[in-house]
Ligand binder design. Structure first.
Ligand SMILES: [Zn+2]
Length: 388
């Protein structure tokens, strides 16, 4: 095999955190790089995927054989809807690297890993808020409004005989709303489910006057939650929503068939699952390694050769060879525009070795400077500005 890519990434993170990824590209032969990147894909209830995040790794240029290791952190917005197997919402990190020789078809290598995105624990309430509702002679009371799965809810009631109510029923209801909008597919997703209500438990008492109804929340139920993610509303307006609420519906039934109905909203929160520490690979130092590239490459010389040709020379002044080096150069025009970037990859850059990079761009006379971005295995990108 002349080229191979392996992706490593955090298997599990919370919304608002970043997914640490490591991409390892191995080349046995020189290659003409076309593009390399890493993305976070969302797989939605309808099965359609959407690119939530993207980071570039490599751009067009020649790469010599070797191993190119890149680390990227994909920061997941706190608004992202967490993974939910019941709703078919899942996430994957994918790296895709493509090569292209002139006149030849593009060749790609890729790797993909699933990542579980979990919701943030709710903020613990400062105090317990009891609920009391009184309506036309029927009064109900809850000692608090937050419960755990498996807990028993006590609903105290007091009913005036004048109400004519001969039965009271309490239902524990789960209200689920899931919504997916995929405008890139030119329609609103067919998998939209309107708000659905499900009675989880019910309990009734005949001839009620004064007492309490007990209703137990099952052990395995979903927490109250409200997640809504939208892409830039000015653009395509992709949207994913997952909302779940709980309520106690009380119904005071009369002989006549008429009933008094009202809802007492409650919240259900279980203990938040502990996040295992990420793979040790990522925990240990990004420090130390970050600065060695800065120490190794201090300056870049520039020489104009003819109208559009620029020759740059740079030396590895560090104490050791650098592995998986990429050098990206672009011209800056009037501080705003960039000329077409060029990237060169070196599997190894030996200590003391001088590299020559030739960069050609049209109308280089307009160029006010050059921007270099150097990266190597285990280093952070290192930027160097070169004035002509
Ligand atoms: Zn959809």
């Amino acid at each position: 095999m002349s080229m191979e890519v392996i992706l490593d990434s955090d298997p599990r993170i919370s919304v608002g955190e970043s997914i640490k990824t490591e991409i390892n590209l191995k080349l046995d032969e020189p290659q003409k790089m076309w593009y390399g990147g890493v993305t976070l894909l969302s797989l939605r209830p309808c099965g359609k995927s959407f690119q939530l995040l993207k980071d570039d790794l490599f751009s067009e240029g020649i790469f010599t054989p070797g191993q190119y290791i890149r680390r990227r952190d994909l920061v997941v917005s706190p608004r992202v809807v967490p993974t939910n197997a019941d709703l078919n919402i899942s996430y994957a990190v994918r790296t895709n690297i493509s090569f292209k020789e002139p006149e030849k078809p593009e060749i790609s290598v890729f790797d993909e890993k699933t990542v579980e995105i979990i919701g943030r624990p709710p903020v613990a309430p400062d105090s317990i808020s009891p609920s009391e509702i009184s309506l036309r002679g029927m009064k109900v009371q809850l000692q608090k409004d937050i419960f755990k799965p498996g807990e028993e809810i006590h609903v105290s009631y007091q009913i005036e005989p004048s109400t004519g109510i001969n039965q009271i029923e309490a239902k524990l209801i789960q209200i689920q709303e899931t919504s997916c909008s995929c405008p890139s597919f030119r329609n609103i997703c067919s998998h939209n489910t309107p708000t659905s209500e499900k009675t989880i438990k019910r309990h009734s008492i005949d001839e009620p006057t004064l007492g309490s109804l007990k209703i137990q929340i099952p052990e395995s139920v979903s927490d109250t939650h409200d997640y809504q993610w939208t892409s830039d509303p000015l653009q395509s307006h992709n949207m994913l929503l997952d909302r779940l609420n709980w309520t106690i519906r009380l119904e005071g039934k009369r002989q006549s068939g008429q009933a008094l109905v009202f809802d007492v909203p409650i919240r259900v929160y279980s203990d938040f699952p502990k996040i295992e520490p990420s793979d040790q690979l990522f925990v240990e130092g990004r420090k130390g390694l970050e600065t060695y590239l800065q120490r190794a490459v201090k300056q870049i010389s520039h020489e104009r050769q003819g109208k559009d040709r620029n020759l740059f020379k740079l030396k590895n002044e560090g104490p050791r060879s650098l592995k998986g080096v990429t050098i990206k150069v672009a011209g800056i025009k009037r501080e705003l525009f960039e000329t077409k970037p060029q990237m060169t990859g070196y599997g190894e850059w030996k200590e003391g070795e001088e590299l020559s990079i030739c960069y050609e761009a049209k109308h280089t006379e307009d160029i006010s400077g050059f921007q270099f971005i150097l990266e190597a295995n285990g280093s952070l990108p290192h930027r160097i500005a070169v004035k002509p």
